[in-house]
Write a protein that binds this ligand. Sequence first.
Ligand SMILES: Nc1nc2c(ncn2[C@@H]2O[C@H](COP(=O)(O)OP(=O)(O)OP(=O)(O)O)[C@@H](O)[C@H]2O)c(=O)[nH]1
Ligand SMILES: [Mg+2]
Ligand SMILES: [Zn+2]
Length: 292
Amino acid sequence: MQGVILRGIGGFYYAMDERGTVHTLRAQGKLRRERMKPKVGDWVELTPSDGEEHGWILAIQPRRSELTRPPVANIDVICVVVAAATPEADLALADRLLVNARRAGIGVRMAVNKCDLDPARAEAIARQYRGAGVDPIAVSAARGDGLEALRAALAGKVHALAGQSGAGKSTLVNALYGLRVETGDLSRRIERGRNTTRHCELIPVAGGGMVLDTPGFSLLETDVFDPVELKASYPEFVPYEGKCFFQPCYHATEPKCAVRDAVAAGTIDAERHARYAALLEETRQRWRERYD
Ligand SMILES: Nc1nc2c(ncn2[C@@H]2O[C@H](COP(=O)(O)OP(=O)(O)OP(=O)(O)O)[C@@H](O)[C@H]2O)c(=O)[nH]1
Ligand SMILES: [Mg+2]
Ligand SMILES: [Zn+2]
């Protein structure tokens, strides 16, 4: 029997079969020996519990896509959620999420939430990402703005909401789909010193798609890869590729760089480019140290 893993906690997995029945499962010893750890989103071959406490995951189907942070498989689209206010948006974190998703072959979108609190800031953030292939949408989970457009953009897809803790991912999931996953106010979060959402959970929604609420985080390293590949994750640079004086050009500090000219002309957002240059430096550093 086939099923898709919706949730995994403490060595137990909950997988839904074709008929919508959810099975409690553990991974067979063979998988553990092969270090094949099932992930939320995995399609698995399973045997139902048959009256026992749990059934078994026998095999994991080949993955269409895979990420480590958040730890999910077979996601079609990652929607990066940033807040227009409280907490202040960490756009370097958003950029890293986008880079990791693109490198994993996953589609990307962006929702600038809490536009009710600071519409001007929401618009300013969205503007930075207009050329970045994410079609940023200003939304308010609290007031309902933009939800129709966001729902339409994600319809029928297996999509994850990811981003900073407190940006409002869980509140958005609830507002988009009429659900009641746990959300948390910011003061309680600081008291507890941890995220409100602590596990990834895949939820089937009307229209054939599935939504995945993920725990927020504050730090994220990109994968280790050859720094020359980084620019490929910035769609706004693509029209200028091959037009720089130096070949290859990293579009960071080189003179006579077509991308830097576009930044100076205001065609490419300067802040996003500055964050790119910083991330490039870090990627270079990690690439040099990769054998340490
Ligand atoms: N004003 C306003 N507040 C919002 C909006 N969306 C969420 N919030 C508030 O922001 C706080 C955090 O929301 P959550 O949905 O728990 O945030 P999260 O991103 O899921 O956080 P983690 O699970 O810790 O990663 C809550 O107090 C929400 O009520 C919004 O559109 N406007
Ligand atoms: Mg949450
Ligand atoms: Zn260049």
